[in-house]
Design a protein around this ligand. Structure first.
Ligand SMILES: Cc1cc2nc3c(=O)[nH]c(=O)nc-3n(C[C@H](O)[C@H](O)[C@H](O)COP(=O)(O)OP(=O)(O)OC[C@H]3O[C@@H](n4cnc5c(N)ncnc54)[C@H](O)[C@@H]3O)c2cc1C
Ligand code: FES
Length: 272
């Protein structure tokens, strides 16, 4: 696949406000990249940060960004016509099953970015797509209308019960998986959510893939910042999409990650 290694400055063609916390930036350029891959985005005057790529039919490409810190808040202040720099695409892609056409996707937060792109590609190949989207409230259920339009079966869940099931999408998926047989499952979102889905899939022997995010600096395998223990796999090259069997070898999954300085940070649910 073609790769753009030197930052390419592109004007923002369109900005869509998806929710209070998420904005989508659309670009006319036909950037390469498959579902699960990401770009390194240079935000002038701030930093360079990784974002999942979406290639919606009939468009160049888009990224959807949650405002969480300095760079992403600066992006939310930008206007149409302003420039952002891109290199990539980097990382591994999701793969659709060859023996079976029924798949499930479990997404939390901006996990819907790579999974919406995957759902679009899967629907084109006539896969039956069950999508379990979880959010704090109705307003934050990303891309629900788009997913319904392409014929994905949307199972929404919200923390406050403002839409769909009141509670976690992991619980909704678990009870659904008692009666449904999926050929493959995909999950992207907070690591505690991914961990619960991984446990269900391991127990039920369902093939699955997860996108495992780690702090990224270079984005293409040189600095070692995003390596995981004990395999040393770089999540910007061997990941972020990891197969469920390979995931068993990543001992830090669900336990800890490394900060920008490389310091180990345990997740709050790990007590010892
Ligand atoms: C492969 C990958 C794909 C991503 N896709 C998306 C996406 O589609 N949409 C989206 O909103 N966000 C995505 N992110 C997360 C996004 O990169 C961070 O939210 C962003 O870098 C925050 O920058 P900041 O300056 O606003 O916040 P900061 O205050 O710098 O950081 C806030 C938090 O964001 C995370 N973060 C910050 N810098 C990085 C970095 N260089 N690499 C990884 N995580 C970082 C850390 O958890 C940090 O605690 C993705 C991350 C990765 C690794
Ligand atoms: S971010 Fe540098 S090796 Fe992955």
């Amino acid at each position: 696949m073609k790769q753009i290694d030197k930052p390419l400055a592109l004007p923002i063609q369109k900005i869509i406000t998806e929710s209070e916390r998420v904005k989508t930036f659309v670009f006319e350029y036909d950037f390469p990249g498959g579902p699960g891959q990401f770009v390194m985005c240079w935000i002038p005057g701030f930093d360079e940060k990784p974002f999942g790529i979406i290639k919606k039919d009939g468009e160049g490409f888009r990224i959807s960004v949650a405002a969480v810190g300095e760079s992403t808040k600066a992006m939310h202040m930008m206007e149409e016509g302003d420039l952002l720099g891109f290199r990539g695409p980097y990382g591994s892609v999701f793969t659709l099953p060859e023996d079976g056409k029924k798949i499930a996707m479990v997404a939390g937060g901006y996990g819907m970015v790579p999974l919406s792109y995957l759902a679009q590609e899967a629907r084109k190949k006539e896969y039956e797509v069950h999508l379990f989207i979880g959010a704090r409230n109705k307003q934050e259920l990303l891309f629900k209308e788009w997913m319904a339009e392409i014929g994905a079966l949307v199972h929404a869940s919200t923390d406050d019960g403002s839409e769909g099931y009141k509670g976690f999408n992991t619980d909704l998926f678990k009870s659904n998986a008692e009666n449904e047989t999926y050929d493959k499952v995909y999950t992207v979102g907070p690591e505690i959510m991914e961990m619960k889905i991984a446990q269900i899939c391991w127990e039920k022997n369902i093939p699955f893939e997860v996108s495992l995010e780690r702090y990224m600096k270079c984005g293409f395998g040189i600095c070692g910042q995003c390596s995981v223990d004990p395999t040393g796999w770089r999540m910007c090259v061997e990941g972020p999409v990891i197969d469920g069997e390979a995931l068993k070898k990543i001992a830090e999954f669900g336990k800890y990650h490394r900060t920008a300085s490389g310091e180990v940070q345990k997740y709050p649910w790990i007590k010892e």
